[in-house]
Design a protein around this ligand. Structure first.
Ligand SMILES: NC(=O)c1ccc[n+]([C@@H]2O[C@H](COP(=O)([O-])OP(=O)(O)OC[C@H]3O[C@@H](n4cnc5c(N)ncnc54)[C@H](O)[C@@H]3O)[C@@H](O)[C@H]2O)c1
Length: 298
């Protein structure tokens, strides 16, 4: 039988802080396929995530098909808005959520991975994070600071992760990020430069596929997912409307699950996808293919 076999592989999933988003579902799918997973979690969400795990609040969603539980080999603090500790403003370093976490920058995480697991500890990188302080504002009302922060945290972070962690990856490695079709079509309400950040992320996926393919022999792809009521998406304020609209107009009308995206990520990270790199793969019930809204049934 053809199967996704990730035994012996280690993945870093950056952007997990609860069991409602794509990061958790991808981590679970990778473990189902035999991989071990370390998580990178945003410091402001780190304690909450650890508490949820320790208190058993996520036990139901941690259950694997073989009866065991999803375990994270390690959970590291990660603020993907910073490449090095020196880039972090002093005020943030002294913040109560940051002062005890060590170096949560991308370089800090790369150093920790090396010291915990050796020079080439990774096979898979999953970038499942985004943030834009002005996301609720139309692009016309978005500040320069808000726009640049959206692009910095949500797109440049992928460039920085591949640049700093490419050397940590074993041959045949694979990286996947999460994008959204607001990069190429207007989604009213998805503001603050987040649409611009996703366009950058998709373009960078192609360039990184070339550069990191040649330099490290790894593959780089992005999944353009349909709407899901994760914590981040719910904060935008229009997620239920987006889910309803897609269901009304997509070729497949059932709602997208995080597990479906997790399974696609596991495929993209597996040897089965050994010739797939530089792609934006739609996992959206086919909604991207539509060019006209479906008139309501009379
Ligand atoms: N939910 C959707 O409808 C949807 C659709 C398409 C794409 N996506 C993308 O999927 C990815 C995951 O989002 P999600 O919807 O599963 O929500 P989520 O809330 O599960 O994940 C977002 C994560 O980003 C983390 N984060 C925010 N700022 C960070 C920073 N500076 N450093 C490190 N981590 C940071 C948050 O703590 C959170 O864990 C994002 O890239 C998002 O844009 C989401």
């Amino acid at each position: 039988m053809l199967s996704i076999d990730l035994k012996g592989k280690r993945a870093l999933v950056a952007g997990v802080a609860d069991d409602a988003g794509f990061g958790f579902a991808i981590a679970k799918a990778l473990v189902e396929a035999g991989a071990t997973v370390v998580a990178g979690t945003w410091p402001p969400a780190l304690n909450i995530f650890r508490n949820l795990l320790e208190r058993g609040k996520m036990d139901e969603s941690r259950k694997l098909s073989n009866g065991s539980m999803l375990e994270f080999e390690k959970i590291y603090p990660l603020d993907a808005g910073f490449d090095t500790l020196a880039d972090m403003p002093q005020e943030l370093r002294e913040n109560k959520r940051y002062k005890d976490v060590g170096d949560p920058s991308i370089e800090g995480l790369a150093n920790l991975l090396r010291s915990d697991f050796g020079e080439q500890p990774l096979d898979i990188i999953v970038h499942s994070l985004a943030n834009g302080p002005d996301v609720k504002k139309p692009l016309l009302d978005t500040s320069r600071r808000g726009y640049l922060e959206a692009v910095s945290v949500s797109a440049y972070s992928m460039v920085s992760m591949i640049s700093r962690m490419g050397p940590l990856m074993r041959k045949g490695g694979s990286a996947v990020s999460l994008t959204y079709m607001a990069s190429e079509r207007v989604i009213p309400g998805y503001g603050g430069g987040m649409s611009s950040a996703k366009a950058a992320l998709e373009s960078d996926t192609r360039t990184l596929a070339f550069e990191a393919g040649r330099k490290y022999g790894i593959r780089v792809n992005t999944i353009s997912a349909g709407p899901l009521a994760s914590r981040a998406a719910s904060a935008i304020g229009i997620i239920e409307k987006m889910i309803g609209y897609v269901s009304d107009n997509a070729p497949l009308q059932d709602h997208l699950t995080a597990e479906e995206v997790g399974n696609t990520a596991a495929f993209l990270c597996s040897p089965l996808a050994s010739a797939v790199t530089g792609v934006t793969m739609y996992v959206d019930k086919g909604y991207h293919a539509m060019g006209m809204a479906v008139p309501p049934a009379t």
